[in-house]
Ligand binder design. Sequence first.
Ligand code: SF4
Length: 401
Amino acid sequence: MDSLTSVAALPQPVDAPPYGPGIYVHVPFCRNLCSYCDFYVVIGRPEARASFVSDLQREMALVVRDARFREVRFQTLFFGGGTPSLLSGEEFAAVVADLRAHFDLDPQAEISVEANPDSLDAEKLAAYRTAGVTRVSVGVQSTRQDELVRMERPHGPDDVRRAFEAMRAAGIPGTALDLIYGLPDSDSERFGETLRTALSFGPDHVSAYLLTLPEKSKLARALRAGDGTLPTDENAAEQYELLCRELPAAGLRQYEISNFARPGFESRHNQNYWVGGDYLGLGPAAHSHQAGRRWANPRSLHRWRQAVAGDTLAWCEEERIDQAGRAAEMIFLGLRRVLGIDLGELEPQLDEDARRRLRARIEQLEREGLLLCAEGRLRLTPRAYLLSNWVMSELLLELDG
Ligand code: SF4
């Protein structure tokens, strides 16, 4: 039995909706630009942070005037970025107080903050606890100094240990960390070292993503210039298999292709995205979704600020998701979950022809051991996690005829 097959034998995660609706706050500030980054970030500019807090407050006041999220009880609040932990404890507390004043946040809401290890301290963590934060997710990426330098991360391995000790001392209920596998010149031995060190911190949740390099990133340019090589597909697959073996053995159950958690510590906010739930995005570059409508704020701090200062929402790129679009999203988002998708929800989105084509393709992929159809749910087999993009695109082709 290989490591990926053995995952199927583990206790499966339970479906525990409602996961949302959620609020996402994009905090775009970072100390420096990591060499692989493709997010919307603003480097430095500490002076811009103070006005960011008041601009967010303005945006909240504008959103509550709009009918879309009126009378909604939010189940999750997520601070992402950028580096939300660059906000001071006071700034963070002010934003959460404003959010509670403007929106109906469930008393049991999951409140998550993404943090970099170098910008967490006792004072900030105390402010998080007072504000009701339930989980802090630390961007670790690697625990090897050489790899952190190459990625131009703003922290070193010792910062991670200190951050976890400080989180424990502050009584943060849920601790999470992010890793990247498939780094240049990495192999399963090096990645195994990072994995074991990361597990020694005792996280409740681990996300691990394969490195994807935007063409224009500094790291991609360095590799093109001959400075290092990416691991082969086989080697990246070995690193992923290591994850799927070591994390469950340490009590972190896989509940999505790239996400593992101790039971009860799965991210509700992210599950809401994967099941197609509603969410409100605040801050530059934040996306929102409500009842089949999707829109975004501009990827520009300046344009976002100008709009809210002028008493208008900066919402743009509005699109309506039709039934075919919803079916496609169920496949490329929902199938990422170990629980897969409910065929009883998927099939009514499709016309008779598409349904027939899809069923035939599912049967074929089942025979190939890549899909599993049981009790009305369609799931990837653990063996298919490595091929998930290919399997999903095969299914999506059948929707288009
Ligand atoms: S900390 Fe994260 S968001 Fe900021 S530059 Fe690095 S990768 Fe990008």
